[in-house]
Ligand binder design. Sequence first.
Ligand SMILES: [Zn+2]
Length: 256
Amino acid sequence: MVATTTARPVSNVAWPAALGAAAAAGLGYWFYMSPYSQAFGPFPYRGAGNGKVVALTFDDGPNEPYTSQIAEFLADRGVRATFFQVGRAVLRYRSLTRALVTSGHVVGNHGFTHEFTNYLTRRTLEEDIRKGQAALAAAGVRPALYRPPWLLRTPALRKVVAKHGLTAISGEFCHPFEVFQPRPEMIAARVLAKVRPGSIVIFHDGFDGHDGDRASTVTAARLVVDRLSRDGFSFATVDELLGVPPYQICPAGQAV
Ligand SMILES: [Zn+2]
């Protein structure tokens, strides 16, 4: 017996409304969260591209053992990178944050909580940035670079960032599904397909400031470093790539 179904009529009105809603959502994403949107002030996602230089960045840590594994292979190869760290994770691994700076890496502020709702109002955004700076200061670091969690920008961000002496930094994600930790070769292949002179690549050594498996990311980043090195690329920290200060100078004249 063949089952029969009654097809539901498709409303001619619903489609334009649905498409309109999808377009509005896409537009909203582009304005507020796209790595490339400059709608709320400068948000550099790459450098000028003079020379085969790229900046590797690692967000959401510290998160062990992955942050240390990354630091280890970078040290083996004489490569320096930029780590945008979450304040509440820094408080768990202060000595590791300090060791990264001592090794020549740059550490930036990636907020204190990494909780999405804390970035929606000016008051909570500012509190999160201030607490992030305080956590990093407790580790001996006074960053001048800030990467907003989720790359979320609101109209308040520009003023708050300027008030706290920070430069907002974007970048390009290494792989859209990095959070699911696909095979390292897949992550690396996508980075290598997209990377150009001046690229700022975003990896995640942590997971929103709490523990999470980042083994694929560690291997992928190593594969990327080795391949780009063979192809004649060199590596810079974000401040070097953009020509901005990495740290705020404290009264004693010390950068960190
Ligand atoms: Zn993040």
